[in-house]
Design a protein around this ligand. Structure first.
Ligand SMILES: [Zn+2]
Ligand SMILES: [Zn+2]
Length: 128
């Protein structure tokens, strides 16, 4: 599973991992996938990106980084933008929390979906 996560950049969901691993291990159950994922997260070998229950995504890239999330197809990409470490200090001052890190997801429309939209619009023009 760790190997699979290291090979992909799509930030897969547990279900995607299950579908992939099932090909190789037909007796695999969804519960086993979740159990293994939780162990890997606990051991800090992978990172979990909470998007709500079954939409949670996992990745092997443990360096702090931001994400680009497409509101149309739901794809998640790594975004190599410099980290705003000063946000942590600011949050530390404003809260009673002991801040260790922060997470930012930028939402919008990915390149692929933009292309599809353009094509659709062009088609519309031709049809008129
Ligand atoms: Zn998209
Ligand atoms: Zn990532």
């Amino acid at each position: 599973m760790l190997e699979l996560l290291g090979q992909t950049e799509i930030h897969p969901t547990a279900d995607w991992l299950y579908q992939q691993l099932k090909k190789e291990f037909p007796s695999l159950s969804m519960g086993t996938v979740y159990r293994n994922l939780n162990v890997l997260v606990e051991q800090k070998l992978i990172q979990k990106l909470p998007f709500g229950s079954t939409h949670d995504r996992y990745e092997a890239n443990k360096n702090p980084h931001y994400h680009l999330v497409c509101e149309n197809c739901g794809c998640v990409q790594d975004f190599d933008m410099p980290q705003y470490t000063e946000i942590n200090d600011q949050a530390q001052k404003m809260s009673s929390f002991n801040i260790s890190r922060h997470r930012i997801d930028f939402f919008g429309i990915c390149e692929k979906c933009q292309c599809k939209n353009k094509k659709r619009k062009l088609k519309g023009i031709y049809n008129e």
